[in-house]
Design a protein around this ligand. Structure first.
Ligand SMILES: [Zn+2]
Ligand SMILES: [Zn+2]
Length: 601
């Protein structure tokens, strides 16, 4: 547990203490810290509602103020059982009913393991710790919501109330957390996506299958342009593959049968060949197709590394309850590429992939990011992980070395690797501090062998290449969902669906406005003319609401002296009236901003 988790787990003990002061009969199960705070599962005839939160929090505050020390003690299994049967665990004193869940948890602790209790005041809990020194060290505490959960997640078990709370070391952090949640609601990609007309969903098309409106289509075009330029410069080659493939392909790759649940159901076709049934699947990943492209020609070491890139569309059957706007969809366009290389080339290739990430983070103003490096567990070789102990250690070591050398912030997570190699999840934080997992990289030393991929070495022998799977911009769906929140819909000029709006003050200036628009369009600048009869103030407000980066106001004077009155979209204190400029100055300004993919405006 890290420091914050320790605070939050300690807060769970204090929550239980407070609940028992109100309802001494409460029976507690598990109370772990979770990503967004902590919870404690409790069985209690009284149905806890947010109406109860104030009085619970009052009790909590008193316990915090009392600075009760958290005291650890070790007991034998027999001693712990006596306490559980006396109702004394997760309780303030002995009770008529046994502490039944704690008794069950106790009985599942393996023989030989130390059994420890933590006590604060008269509350005793079965717990491995760790905890903060005393209840005064918990800092700011707030209950958030109640849900229900079955004991151990099994619906045959009793249903419990899961009481969620959040705790931080300081009140300031807690306030910032709630302010961030409020701001995130305003920036919610589903809300802004609708207001800005970026994408939509339709019942007849199906849940989780986004339709991109023209403005969303621009975002996609611009992201692909960025990826294509960047990948071209980095020596990638573009390939194209179909959206479906025969069952055999996914059997070879190992997706079938293990991954079948996440794939759309098969299509059975009576094929030409003697009426024999042939089964096709929608592709859930691009890798198998790319492997086939590698295998399509004899390959020599001289060609390596080979880097195949494709914005490939994949289909995954997410449960309908798990679909969430653009964040969880059933159809996704992935910034995919597979790099086939020799072992000697691996470090340089992997380093280059990391550098590409850093370049993108800079372009999008992503200041906080972290790589989660997931490795294997030697005890699970042959079941959870392909049984190649030496390859695992060697590849993990190569990855670790590159991460350390490039000074990238990373955490190593044991026993979470992919089946066929170590995995790197990239977490980024949006401008308001909310975390997103954007992309996953994998090092694959097993699947190329399953596909029989090989190249001829300089010694004229055959070797299997390593394969790096990488997708720095993730999928369009998730990345755009992130960008909407990150920029609150005010995309930088190069990315904005509409870059300039021309606002003629009266109808008289409309022809001049159209002529200017044509000139901008010829330079590939996305421009529109607001020729409506609205007053100028209303036209400016509308462009501002629609987050158009530049507004050009045209009145009688501007037309006669050939000047443009330019305004930039206001974001906080930045932007507003830029005054008069001639056409050439304005064009030079906006063109360089677009070319540089500047984030400044
Ligand atoms: Zn504990
Ligand atoms: Zn892949």
């Amino acid at each position: 547990m890290n420091e914050l988790e320790t605070i939050r787990h300690s807060a769970a003990h204090v929550l239980a203490t407070a609940l028992l002061e109100l309802w001494p009969e409460a029976q507690f199960a598990a109370g772990p810290p979770v990503e967004q705070g902590f919870y404690y599962d409790v069985e209690l005839p009284h149905r806890i509602s947010p109406d109860d939160f104030a009085k619970i929090e009052e009790k909590v505050a008193a316990i915090q103020k009392a600075r009760q020390p958290f005291v650890r003690s070790e007991v034998s299994r027999a001693e712990a059982e006596v306490l559980a049967k006396a109702g004394r665990l997760a309780a303030l004193g002995n009770r008529p009913e046994a502490s039944k869940f704690k008794l069950d948890i106790l009985q599942r602790i393996p023989d030989g393991e130390t059994i420890s209790l933590f006590t604060n005041g008269s509350f005793v809990d079965l717990c491995a710790g760790p905890h903060v020194p005393d209840t005064g060290k918990i800092g700011a505490f707030k209950l958030t919501h109640v849900a229900s959960a079955y004991y151990k997640g099994d619906e045959r078990n009793p249903q419990l109330q899961r009481i969620y709370g959040i705790a931080f070391a300081t009140q300031k952090e807690l306030d910032e957390h709630f302010a961030m949640i409020e701001e995130a609601k305003k920036r919610d990609h589903r809300k802004l996506g609708k207001e800005l007309q970026l994408f939509t969903f339709d019942e007849d098309v199906g849940p989780g299958l986004p339709l991109w409106l023209p403005k969303g289509g621009v975002l996609i075009e611009e992201l692909e342009r960025l990826a294509k330029e960047t990948e071209f410069a980095a020596g990638y080659q573009r390939v194209r593959t179909p959206h479906i493939a025969r069952e055999m392909l996914y059997k070879t790759s190992g997706h079938l049968p293990y991954y079948a649940e996440s794939m759309f159901p098969p299509m059975e076709l009576e094929e030409e060949k003697g009426g024999e049934k042939v089964v096709y699947y929608l592709k859930a990943m691009n890798c198998p197709h790319h492997h086939k492209i590698f295998g399509a020609l004899p390959r020599s070491y001289r060609e390596l590394p080979l880097r195949f890139a494709e914005y490939g569309t994949c289909y995954r059957y997410e449960q309908s309850g798990e679909l969430l706007g653009l964040m969880r969809v059933r159809c996704m366009q992935m910034n995919d590429a597979h790099i086939y290389c020799t072992e000697e080339q691996f470090a340089a290739e992997f380093r280059a992939v990391n550098e590409m990430y850093l370049k993108y983070f800079k372009i999008f103003g992503i200041e906080k990011f972290r790589m989660r490096f997931s490795t294997h567990d030697p005890a699970k070789l042959g079941e959870k992980y392909v049984n190649e102990p030496e390859l695992w250690l060697k590849t993990e070591d190569m990855v670790r070395r590159v991460l350390v050398e490039s000074g990238i912030d990373f955490v190593e997570v044991p026993n979470e690797g992919a089946f066929y190699g170590p995995k790197i999840d990239v977490q980024v934080w949006s401008a308001i501090g909310r975390e997103f997992t954007l992309a996953t990289n994998q090092v694959d030393f097993a699947v190329p062998r399953r596909f029989g991929l090989e190249y001829t070495t300089s010694a004229n022998t055959k070797e299997t290449p390593l394969c790096i799977h990488r997708a720095p911009l993730g999928t369009h769906e998730r990345f755009i969902g992130f960008l909407i929140e990150h920029f609150a819909g005010s995309f930088p000029t190069w990315l904005s669906p509409e870059q300039v709006r021309i606002l003629p003050i009266t109808e008289e200036q409309v022809p001049f406005a159209e002529e200017l628009a044509a000139e901008l369009r010829a330079k590939m600048i996305r421009v529109s003319v607001d020729g409506s009869r609205e007053k100028l103030g209303a036209k400016i407000r509308l462009a501002q609401v629609e987050k158009t980066p530049y507004m050009v106001v045209l009145g009688k004077n501007e037309v006669s002296n050939g000047q443009l009155s330019v305004r930039s979209r206001k974001r906080g204190d930045v932007g507003g009236d830029l005054g008069l400029m001639d056409r050439a100055t304005f064009l030079a300004r906006i063109e360089s901003e677009i070319r540089e993919r500047s984030i400044a405006s």
